[in-house]
Design a protein around this ligand. Sequence first.
Ligand code: ATP
Ligand code: MG
Length: 877
Amino acid sequence: MRAKEIRNTFIEFFKTKQHSFVPSSPIVVKNDPTLMFTNAGMNQFKDYFLGNETPKVNRVANSQKCLRVSGKHNDLEEVGVDTYHHTMFEMLGNWSFGDYFKKEAIEWAWELLTQVYKLPKDRLYVSVFGGDPQDELDKDMEAFDLWKSIVDEERIIFGSKKDNFWEMGDTGPCGPCSEIHIDLRSEDEIAQVSGKSLVNEDHPQVIEIWNLVFMQFNRQSDGSLNPLPATHVDTGMGFERLVRAIQGKTSNYDTDVFMPFIAELEKKSGKKYGQEEKLDIAFRVVVDHIRAIAFTIADGQLPSNNKAGYVIRRILRRAVRYGYTFLGFNKPFINELMPLLAENFGEMFPEIASQQDFIAKVIFEEESSFLRTLENGLKRLEQIRAELKDNKEQVIDGKTAFELYDTYGFPLDLTSLIARENDLSVDEKGFQTEMEKQKTRSRSAAEQETGDWVLVNEDNGVEFVGYDSLEADTKILRYREIKEKKGTKYQVVLETTPFYAESGGQVGDKGLLQSEEEKIKVVDTKRENDLIVHFVDKLPANPSVAFHAQVDARKRSFTMNNHTATHLLQSALKTVLGEHVQQKGSLVNDQLLRFDFSHFSKMTEEEIQRVESLVNEKIRENIQLDEKRDVPIQEAEAMGATALFGEKYGDFVRVITFGSDYSVELCGGTHVPSTGKIGYFKIVSESSIASGVRRIEAITANAAEDYINQQLALVKEVQEILRNPKDLKKAVEMLISEKNELKKEIEALHVGQAAGIKEELKKQVQQQAGVNVLVSQVNLPSADALKKLAFELKNELAPIVAVLAADIQGKPQVAVIIDEELVKDKGLNAGQIVRDLAKEIQGGGGGQPFFATAGGKKIEGLPAVVEKAKSLFANLK
Ligand code: ATP
Ligand code: MG
């Protein structure tokens, strides 16, 4: 069975068990402060388990893109070294939200694996939670008995809390689980050692393929467990591992999921896979990492220097360096795998196919820039090696290794490898200490302590009324405190709220929450999964009473102008620049709008103007808002609505239309009733923020008016300074050309003046011991003129010794010139002399033995310089 068919079979199997298919949610997580990347199938269903939201259907099957490279699940160091952990992988899952429980989950899993996929029963083992005294939990006998009825008891293992109790995080839904493991060793090996003894022992051929989690508890922040109101099933099966088991391979990389990529790399590198372990690891790293990088970029996360962006950058560097060191790639090559990726994954994940050029471009730039630092880093290492030459210990210390890591992006293993090649070693402990230091620095700043929610009123769900109203009578459902170094934050959840929570680029609303007794400021509103969380300046003294919620209408109204203008802008960009324009980020607040989009070159002045005037035209047409809520997603797609990659859409969406032939977008934001309200739109900047991504900043309404007025006021001021000429542009041009003329004239005058001075000076020369001695005070326009004069005298009066004490526009300078011959013959040194003379003008300077200058502060000291110089040369022999 080919990989694609294996995936379809999974989904189809669960459809026959009344499950609905749900597409993968984006790999980059938004609206969840505890998670950067999706690391399990359950992430997108978290709110169902927490009871924040009611699912529309209670049986679901899916294939979720997961990334395990940070936080609680981090497999990065294993990837490539072993053959069954990936950075990005697909997790197949079936789900019950308060519907079926252990019995069906266990029976169906067994049926699918053994009857549909026909995996041999005598190669499978299952594990069951073995209890935990600390949590006061017994063995999961319910699961054990269910397994016993279909599996030989010999194949059932009781496992520890670590392996058989699944937790979402430090707090939240959790429960016992049953894992299914498969033994893929040869008959010979099996005859020697039983598979059972190798389960959960990190044996590369005895691996976990499926985890069935039975959610039945909620972990509180004090560590205690409360039963959940309803029980759920959450299963996760690694797609790549399943394919390997069914295709009978000993490595995930030998399946048709990865083989095309390995073959391509073999062609490009001229090296063979499967001959040398070091090279094989490099092959695996590269073909694994390309998926993680591409999928993440496709979902809107660009490589950068912090957070999720840095995680992607690190993965990419890891791939580049393996390619560089082991496969001989010293030019970007990973980006060239994109067409193959689109061909293999584009059908299941259309975001890969449609953005492949953009993704390739981003990867190319990242590769190129890292290859540059990689080479610099290697040079730095060379230098370090030279410095260590006479050092007996031959150890690169931790600080230096960390510098290589931090400044040049060198992973420690790369530093160690190169060190070994040069008979050096690395103080790895010292490196870890430096790393720890940095981590603590960043951790302590971000550290926060999140309190449990305190429930106030009965929770029957939250209602957002902010599309239709800016105020509402409401109740507080729950509140909590979040302690941070900077201070404490307070959060409340309301039953009915008019406050828009930050999302889709639009900032959260601000406003007031009032009861009879008190007034509380809402300073921000954000989403946490599907909860609308209001950040307030203090907690209410009496939270259970009735409240009136009111949004700051002025701020909201300006924000709406900017949001609608963003939609008009996106369509205008597509019209003017082309359909390749994709939104890559946006920010909409009451001051301005910022729109990032894919486009490969700087916009010309003319393009900017065309975009601007198209948007303004649409504003003047005063197009009515057409807002449709709860449109089935397929219908919205049929309407041609613009959707955003990396955004999680449900089955029903909101469609915002301003002219069905102009702007149709899936959007949850707030918009003006008709475009005329925006008044006026003005682009204030267009720039590049990353390779292939441009940014436009624009303003609307009163802000745009103020901007234009300021510009006009500026012109007026300039006009007044220039005494109101008829033609301002011409007047300025004339001013500049006049200035240039004058400059030329002054230069000519200076030349003439200098020539005159030089002739004067020549007359003052005195012969002494066969040397031309000249000491004089002069007035000169610039330091350059002094230097020029000095060198001319040197050429024309050789052999010469001269001191010029110059008044340069009121500032004293001294120049000393000595013929090279005299430097040798008479042991004179201009640098020393000038330093001595400079004392008279309270200054300092230096230079070479034949020419030196000094500047100073005391102009009245110039005659003293002359006196001193004269006496210095009086005895010249
Ligand atoms: P392991 O112990 O092998 O790391 P796990 O206990 O971390 O697995 P779960 O969190 O239970 O795995 O995830 C469910 C399933 O997802 C696993 O049974 C496995 O098939 C798959 N899986 C987990 N991590 C990875 C990974 N890094 N790459 C590929 N598949 C994975
Ligand atoms: Mg794991």
